[in-house]
Design a protein around this ligand. Structure first.
Ligand SMILES: [Zn+2]
Length: 212
């Protein structure tokens, strides 16, 4: 278990070692600002850290992390839309060239979706409503796999929610416009934390392994 004291010790060690080694990079990023080419939507799960998986350097990935790596459809209103705000900044202000939705194996958010967390759990005020944007996809998976185990359904739902999120990206007008012009690409990927394998889920069918 990592304690706060551990974290503080690591931050001190980081400043005297890695930060010193990367000082020129940090100087350049401060001087010129960030200009990442990639925006990634990943899960908050502590086991799936994209900077670790992709061995990313500071300034390379504009990162959004939320429960189950979901992209809700565009719905401009007075609500506080954290993921949509990050998309807007990454796509419109930073001009990223790729948006990657990264799902993963053994996702607790996907399990909660399958288990029917719909906001009626007194210990969950926000998870149910957040996951509700994928309820339709979840219902379809359950209907399509009547004999399947929870684990089999969960794996399929991990893929289908990534596909849904990529489709939802296109409901943001400024994303659809840049995609149609050919200067923004959308990707749906899945990381299997048990095997360390990265796959492209595509639009349908079996995912295609990218790594391993
Ligand atoms: Zn997850």
């Amino acid at each position: 278990m990592t304690t706060i004291d551990d974290l503080i010790s690591r931050a001190r060690a980081f400043r005297s070692t890695s930060f010193v080694q990367k000082q020129p990079l940090y100087d350049q990023l401060v001087r010129d600002g960030q200009a990442p080419k990639i925006l990634m939507i990943a899960c908050s799960d502590s086991r799936v850290d994209p900077s670790v998986i992709f061995d990313a350097e500071p300034g390379q990935i504009f990162m959004v992390r939320n429960v189950a790596s979901l992209v809700p459809p565009s719905s401009p209103d007075e609500g506080c839309h954290g993921t949509s705000a990050a998309l807007e900044f990454g796509v419109r202000a930073l001009g990223v060239e790729h948006v990657v939705v990264l799902g993963h194996g053994h996702c607790g958010g996907i399990d909660a979706l399958l288990d029917g967390t719909k906001g009626d759990d007194p210990t969950s005020e926000f998870i149910g409503p957040w996951l509700s944007c994928a309820t339709g996809v979840c219902d379809q998976v359950v209907e399509d796999m009547p004999q399947a185990s929870h684990a089999e359904r969960a794996r399929r739902l991990e893929y289908e929610t990534v596909r849904m999120s990529v489709r939802n990206l296109m409901t943001f007008q400024w994303i659809a416009e840049r995609v149609s012009k050919g200067d923004l690409s959308l990707h749906g990927w899945h990381f299997d934390i048990a095997e360390g394998v990265l796959s492209d889920v595509g639009e349908s069918g079996d995912p295609v392994r990218i790594s391993g």
